[in-house]
Ligand binder design. Structure first.
Ligand code: HEM
Length: 450
């Protein structure tokens, strides 16, 4: 007897599970895991998608057999994020990926990240002083504030520019593009992109503005007399080891946009969810304030302080567990294979669901409750090394993880030392999966100076 296919939730005869997944992908995948287990399949009309929610299965996919389960971006038929990022580090594969990773990785090693401290603290200072004039309990759009701050950090550190004066058009254009990419990934039934629908037109126009801006940056830098030791210069000066040829502008554009996008939104979301957790858990917030006062006194944080900010780190880790910004990773199965005893047909799309794994009751006690103490070093030992994997695993591990953690620690320390947060009456905060795990409709919290 052939091995069985994974269990499938009941769905519509033709549409399958399209409606549930399309209206709330995050919640649907949580419920399917609870009802049907750690490896399930569901149907979006004619397309079947597999959801993996167990660390042992993820170990098999990302570490034991990465050549069996590959990133599913095709150069000639781009989907999802590849529509925006082309063939940058996230969406490329094979020799191109290897070459680009080797070129970009040195900018993100721990020793190099320490050098970005000045820019991170400067952006934090701007944020903290911007809020200083607010009356107690002022409702603040935390999402916008964190996005602006992390955008400033990534553009200053990687490209030596500021985008604060461009936010009016840049943020909406990015949002339009990311929503389009999420929709394209979620919905295999979407209309062809050449049709002049409103969504297609909006996407094209957003990408035109973004491209114009990025190509402008590349041009300016090529014309600049003085070289700068940043990502942009590194990309422009790089030559292929074999051919000796430089990268073309299209490839530079893809890498710039990749680091720009991946490098700010995820960190902004981490900080947003952390502020929300502190608003919901005032005892944890007070403990954080005490730690920051004790370690820092009246000064701003530096990277040397980070090893002594154990509670700050635990708050961030617990936030990343409950609300991992990159909540899902997608792979394609290159030939029919077995996974966890189930048969997975060739060419299937697999969603690795980190959010489900991070709340898996086999690996976490009281999985839905916010308990930073579980991450305090002397106690913490995950029951499986991939039970907590906010930055992924295997050779495609997040290249920016040391950068993201350093940035989040420094900024959270600056914010939580001076401000406390409260939820606003009548405003609920719900997670929604749109490429990343974001608060549906944004996040507003009441901010009060401590
Ligand atoms: C808290 C913040 C962040 C989280 C949670 C996060 C999460 C992740 C995850 C889960 C992956 C693996 C995706 C996969 O295997 O399919 C990834 C890849 C990646 N991340 Fe991050 N990331 C964060 C911050 C950053 C930052 C700050 C940068 C750049 C400055 C960055 C750049 C990248 C890149 C370029 C990749 C692709 C790496 C490759 O495939 O070689 N990320 N990230």
């Amino acid at each position: 007897m052939p091995n069985p296919l994974p269990p499938i939730p009941t769905g519509h005869l033709i549409l399958g599970n399209f409606r549930e997944f399309n209206s709330n992908a995050y919640q649907s995948m949580r419920e399917w895991q609870k009802l049907h287990g750690d490896l399930i399949r569901f149907r979006m009309g004619p397309v079947t998608i597999y959801v993996v929610s167990h660390p042992e299965l993820v170990e098999d996919i990302l570490i034991q057999r990465p050549e069996q389960f590959i990133k599913m971006y095709l150069v000639d038929r781009p989907k999802g994020l590849a529509l925006i990022l082309g063939q940058g580090l996230i969406t490329s594969t094979g020799a191109l990926w290897k070459r680009q990773r080797k070129l970009i990785q040195p900018l993100f090693v721990k020793s190099r990240v320490t050098e970005y401290e000045g820019e991170i603290v400067a952006a934090g200072r701007n944020l903290v002083s911007h809020w200083r004039g607010f009356a107690p309990s002022t409702p603040v759009d935390i999402g916008a504030e964190m996005m602006r701050t992390t955008l400033e950090v990534i553009t200053r550190t990687m490209f030596n520019i500021s985008v604060l004066d461009q936010l009016d058009w840049l943020e909406p254009a990015l949002q339009t593009a990311l929503e389009f990419a999420a929709d394209d990934m979620r919905n295999p039934l979407s209309l062809p992109r050449w049709l002049p629908t409103r969504k297609n037109r909006e996407f094209r126009s957003a990408m035109q503005s973004i491209d114009q801006w990025v190509y402008g940056l590349i041009r300016e830098r090529r014309d600049a007399a003085i070289p700068k030791d940043d990502l942009l210069d590194r990309l422009i000066r790089a030559t292929d080891e074999e051919t000796g040829l430089p990268m073309d502008d299209r490839q530079i554009r893809d890498e710039v946009l990749t680091i720009f996008t991946a490098g700010h939104e995820t960190t902004a979301l981490t900080l947003m969810w952390a502020c929300y957790m502190l608003a919901c858990h005032p005892v944890s917030a007070d403990r954080l304030k005490t730690e920051l006062d004790t370690v820092l006194g009246d000064r701003e944080p530096t990277t040397d302080d980070l090893p002594r900010l154990a509670w700050t780190r635990a708050v961030l880790d617990e936030t990343l567990r409950l609300y991992p910004p990159a909540a899902v990773m997608v792979r394609e199965n290159v030939s029919e294979t077995l996974l966890g005893g189930y048969r997975i047909p060739k060419g299937s799309m697999l969603i690795i669901n980190l959010a489900n794994i991070h709340r898996h009751p086999e690996f976490w006690e009281m999985p839905d409750s916010f308990q930073p103490e579980r991450f305090l070093l002397e106690q913490f030992k995950p029951k499986h090394r991939l039970a907590f994997m906010p930055f992924g695993a295997g050779h495609r591990l997040c290249v920016g993880n040391a950068f993201a953690l350093t940035e989040s620690m420094l900024l959270l320390a600056m914010i939580a030392k001076h401000y406390r947060f409260e939820t606003l009456p009548g405003e609920s905060v719900e997670p929604e999966l749109e490429v990343t795990l974001r608060p549906k409709g944004g996040m507003r919290l009441a901010v009060t100076r401590r």
